[in-house]
Design a protein around this ligand. Structure first.
Ligand SMILES: Cc1cc2nc3c(=O)[nH]c(=O)nc-3n(C[C@H](O)[C@H](O)[C@H](O)COP(=O)(O)OP(=O)(O)OC[C@H]3O[C@@H](n4cnc5c(N)ncnc54)[C@H](O)[C@@H]3O)c2cc1C
Length: 444
């Protein structure tokens, strides 16, 4: 049987290689370090954690816990290594990054089914099953090749993500539903609009001007911002009116409470496949998370907002996955090519491990001429893959695991548990793990 190639020995690549080897197949794991390094990696070790040492919450029935629990049940190598490397970190799974990378590297080097090749890959093998897992800092030559295969307008080099708030935390006595000039994309009032009067707007601009920025992760993050996705605090610095003529423009909108056009507006958009949450349109920013919460709660209607995600801008290479991938992470146009990790359009260490596991297992199914079966939609893993392959390609933003990616509970259960968010989350987790166990008992 043909050898499977895995490009990139990071989190996704190591997990994928191990899954392939564990299923009894051979693979070649290509890693360019130390022959060539990236702006963020510091060692020649595989699975190096480039920034924080946290694999996020281990609190039972939280979304990050669910993703990790699913991975554990699927015999994930890196979750096992994380347990070995664990250091005290409160509710989070925090690891000693040196022990983590060392153990992962040993697991690759010592596995007779994994051949580790050190060197930069510049093209994708023509006729082999290949998993592309070269991460957010994919080297230039390979990025060009990926651009050629996927269509260059579908390969992005910057990640500018705007904050997301929980739907239930928006004050609907203030925010109103409407699309500019009544022009909706699907005959509904697409947006929720948070209206400002002049005084509120001026206060918001002052807060943006004094908010603290996040230090750059890597030198490349200090490159000038793209004009198309400027952080809002940068827009505020360009002039007090700039926001009112940019992302906060009020044209075409009438506040039903006053019957007048607001002085400025923040628009919130519900993304498809993200139930019960709203995106602050055009509010990508580089502020510290604490400052984002403080400043954005000054937006009328968001005084008690709960943030599912904060805004960020940094160097990232990723494909426009919904335009290109199947839920199995295979390229639709060339199903022998899989994408995994950050380049596949997910965000975060554990999400990268999860997509590595998915791609590794599906690559095995493909190599063994078995049907390639997507993970159940109700699981965290299945929901990530559904989002990656099925979100709106026109507004695609990489996702980390949050409950709004998982399907809602049925109407009756939601109603029964409407006053108890913890119970709802516990039920979503119970359902996910039940579905995963059914899937495992049949296919794993
Ligand atoms: C600066 C920075 C900080 C981050 N901080 C965090 C954080 O704190 N928490 C978090 O959850 N997520 C963070 N992320 C996001 C993400 O979780 C990590 O980047 C994660 O390592 C992604 O896993 P991966 O397997 O996709 O890529 P990586 O772990 O980066 O693995 C990709 C591997 O491919 C290799 N490679 C690249 N090009 C080639 C080539 N042409 N040929 C051969 N090998 C190649 C690289 O050397 C690398 O080893 C951060 C990202 C960046 C860039």
């Amino acid at each position: 049987m043909a050898t499977i190639h895995i490009l990139g020995g990071g989190l996704a690549g190591c997990e994928a290689a191990w899954q392939v080897a564990n299923a009894g197949l051979d693979c070649i794991l290509h890693e360019m370090r130390p022959v060539r390094s990236t702006a963020a990696h510091k060692t020649d070790q595989l699975a190096e954690l480039v920034c924080s040492n946290s694999l996020k919450s281990e609190s039972e029935n939280s979304a990050p816990w669910l993703l990790k629990e699913e991975l554990r049940r699927l015999n994930s190598l890196l979750l096992r290594v994380a347990r070995q490397a664990r250091v005290p970190g409160g509710h989070a799974l925090t690891v000693d990054r040196e022990v983590f990378a060392r153990e992962a590297t040993l697991a690759m080097e010592q596995n007779p089914r994994i051949e580790l090749r050190r060197g930069e890959v510049t093209s994708i093998p023509a006729d082999a099953i290949t998993i592309v897992a070269t991460g957010p800092l994919t080297s230039g030559a390979l990025a060009e090749e990926i651009g050629r295969i996927t269509g260059s307008e579908r390969l992005f080099f910057y990640d500018s993500i705007s904050p997301i708030v929980e739907a239930g935390s928006i004050d609907l006595t203030i925010a109103f539903r409407a699309s500019r000039y009544g022009k909706s994309l699907d005959s509904t009032d697409d947006y929720l609009n948070c209206p400002f009067n002049r005084e509120q707007y001026e206060r918001m601009v002052d807060a943006l001007l004094t908010a603290e920025g996040v230090p750059a992760h890597i030198p490349e993050d200090q490159t000038p911002f793209f004009e198309a996705c400027l952080p809002i605090e940068e827009l505020a610095r360009r002039g007090r009116e700039t926001l009112r003529f940019g992302p906060m423009k009020p044209v075409g909108l009438t506040d039903p409470r006053t019957g007048r056009r607001p002085y400025a507006v923040v628009q919130l958009r519900q993304e498809n496949l993200r139930a019960e949450s709203y995106n602050l349109v055009g509010f990508q920013n580089h502020m510290r998370f604490g400052d984002q919460a403080r400043v954005f709660r000054m937006i009328p209607g968001l005084e008690r907002a709960e943030f599912l995600r904060y805004g960020q801008i940094y160097r990232n290479t990723y494909i426009n996955a919904p335009a290109l991938l199947k839920p199995t992470l295979q390229l639709r146009a060339r199903p022998e090519i899989f994408f995994a990790g950050q380049i596949s359009g997910v965000e975060g260490y554990v999400e990268s491990i999860a997509t590595g596991l998915v791609a590794g297992r599906h690559a095995v199914e493909l190599a063994m001429l078995e049907p390639v079966r997507p993970f159940p939609r109700e699981t965290a893993i299945g929901s990530l893959c559904t989002y990656v392959s099925g979100a709106d390609p026109a507004h695609y933003q990489p996702a980390n695991i949050t409950f709004d990616l998982l399907p809602s509970l049925d109407e009756e259960t939601r109603h029964r548990m409407r006053h108890d968010k913890r119970a709802r989350h516990a039920e979503v987790c119970r359902r996910a793990l039940e579905k995963l166990d059914q899937y495992r008992s049949v296919y794993a």
